[in-house]
Design a protein around this ligand. Structure first.
Ligand code: GLC
Length: 551
């Protein structure tokens, strides 16, 4: 299929220098299919220079922590210069690093150091929109209606007698209209489209410059050793269905000695539509938001797993298992509520939660996700069982989702609180002694949740993640590890992988007897009299010759 930019942007053969295959990382075209990818929200990971904002030096210091956790790759939320209208998802320059985080040179060092520890790097690309401070948008605003500078965006005349109404009734995903009127030399002028905040003008993907620019940005990061990109809002670019963007990107990605990976952020309501993005010449993989949003109940969980596997198999894409990210409520909080599902629409401040119950379920969910075939994503702090912070005072809230909804939507600050590393009080080792306060306040009662405190305890969430990931890495399933359901009562989800590996989750109040002749590899909570209690997952290794029967 051709597109408007096909002559201007013919993919070039990349340089053979393949930095993804540095030192500790052996080139492997299929590494991503079963990888554990850890999401780093740099701003809240670790602050080395004491300004209260996490930075690349902080991540570099903590790489041994990530190696010991047992992850295969890091995905960095946008680390580019940004006016922070949407905390980095409004990018002013796609080829450098926000000075608050460090420099491009440091990013290159970080990629190389991670690689030396056997960890690949995935960078975040935001193709749907730029910052209103991006040079393209600034020159569009400085140019008259109908100018070529404006054609890279969606500028339109308004409706109504003097054009004072937006071109149509589209609403922004962050609330309010998706159109903002410009001020053309002091006179109200055209409107421009922004599916998110007004500071995030949408790009016009029918324009060849937009294609060429993003293809160049991909090469820029791939040439610096990035093993792949996470594509923000990947399903929103195409306002025109004839475009075929990801096939072009796939050609670029596949041109490297170790092919680079395209990971899509595709929020779509059904697994079949999602799988259409994952055909062999399009994206490699995409986040499984159905699983992330699924209530902690056996029927919906089984159905979500089943439909994800069924939809991915015909396109030969691995399924991903995701429990959280920087946009959604932390699992220990969500699973402790009466309604344990996630949706942006129903998210409301002040919903009660039982953190003890939620933590128990989150532990069981983590072991379930680790046992499923495919890759897994872990959002920083999930391995510590951090709760959503819900009592942030209005004047300390930062997220546009909170501001643009007039506070109806609690926003996403609560899952972005700086990580607690050690010590008894804020900043819990996030920043050095004497530093500025963190950009979002940490609660006063997190001393038991720090990395240091959890490293001392064999039963902590961190210990569970470390042990679970270590066992997973040894692939305790045999053969191709395909999943077979094991018949069980309605309150149990049980499956085998290969001849001898079994994973059982009990959601119900009645303890479940384990099959005879099995060794327990790991359980998310203590067994009770040898039986599996409520909200607990167990991994078993069957002795040869024993059938998988759940009592
Ligand atoms: C994605 C990001 C989110 C951001 C939005 C707009 O959904 O995950 O954080 O606000 O895109 O770029």
């Amino acid at each position: 299929m051709t597109h408007p930019g096909s002559t201007a942007t013919t993919p070039q053969t990349p340089e053979p220098d393949d930095r993804a295959a540095l030192d500790g990382v052996r080139a492997d075209a299929r590494w991503w299919r079963e990888a554990v990818v850890y999401q780093v929200y740099v701003r809240s990971f670790a602050d080395a220079n004491g300004d209260g904002v996490g930075d690349l030096a902080g991540v570099r210091d903590r790489l041994p922590y990530l190696r010991d956790l047992g992850v295969d790759a890091l995905w960095f939320n946008p680390w580019y210069p940004s006016p922070l209208a949407d905390w980095g998802y409004d990018i002013a320059d796609y080829r450098s690093i926000d000075p608050a985080f460090g420099t491009l040179e440091e990013a290159e060092q970080l990629i190389a150091e991670a690689s030396a520890l056997g960890i690949r790097t995935i960078v975040d690309i935001v193709p749907n929109h730029v910052s209103d401070q991006h040079p393209w948008f600034r020159s569009a605003l400085a140019s008259p209606p109908g100018s070529p500078e404006r054609e890279r965006f969606w500028f339109r005349s308004g409706t109504g007698p003097d054009g004072e109404l937006p071109p149509n009734g589209w609403q922004s995903i962050f609330g309010g209209p998706a159109w903002t009127r410009t001020d053309d030399a002091g006179v109200p002028g055209e409107w421009y489209l922004h599916l998110f905040a007004p500071e995030q003008p949408d790009l016009n993907w029918t324009h060849p410059d937009v294609w060429a620019e993003h293809e160049d940005v991909l090469r820029f990061w791939f040439d610096r050793g990035a093993a792949g990109v996470r594509i923000d809002s990947a399903a929103l670019l195409v306002k025109d269905p004839r475009l075929d963007i990801y096939r072009r990107w796939r050609t670029i990605a596949d041109g490297y000695p170790e092919p680079r990976v395209l990971v899509g952020e595709v929020w779509l309501p059904d697994a079949d539509r999602l799988a259409r993005y994952l055909r062999p010449d399009e994206l490699h993989t995409a986040f499984n938001f159905d699983f992330l949003s699924c209530p902690w109940e056996p029927g919906p969980m089984r159905a979500s797993i089943e439909s994800a596997l069924a939809a991915h198999s015909p396109v030969d894409a691995p399924t991903t298992w995701v429990l959280s990210n920087h946009d959604v409520t932390r699992p220990v909080t969500r699973y402790g509520r009466t309604d344990t599902s996630f949706s942006f629409e129903s998210k409301r401040a002040g919903t009660p939660t039982d953190l003890e119950r939620g933590t128990r379920a989150a532990r069981a969910a983590a072991l379930l996700a680790m046992a499923l075939p495919g890759s897994m994503y872990i959002y920083q702090g999930e391995e510590l069982g951090l709760p959503e912070v819900e009592d942030i005072p209005a004047e300390r809230r930062q997220d546009p989702m909170w501001h643009r909804s007039g506070g109806v939507d609690p926003g996403r600050d609560g899952c972005r609180i700086p990580l607690p590393w050690g010590g008894e009080r804020p900043p819990y080792g996030f920043s050095p002694e004497g530093a500025d306060p963190p950009w979002l306040d940490q609660p006063d009662d997190w001393e038991r949740l720090t990395v240091a405190a959890q490293s001392e305890s064999a039963t902590s969430m961190l210990a569970l993640y470390r042990t679970g990931l270590r066992l997973r890495r040894a692939a305790p399933w045999s053969g191709d590890g395909a999943l077979q359901w094991i018949p069980s009562s309605e309150s149990v989800v049980a499956f085998a992988r290969g001849e001898r590996f079994t994973c059982i989750v009990n959601f119900g109040p009645e303890p479940v007897a384990l099959p005879a002749g099995a060794d327990v590899l790991i359980a998310s909570n203590e067994l009770e009299g040898g039986e599996l209690p409520r909200d607990t997952t167990v991994w078993l290794r069957q002795a040869n010759g024993h059938e998988n029967k759940i009592g």
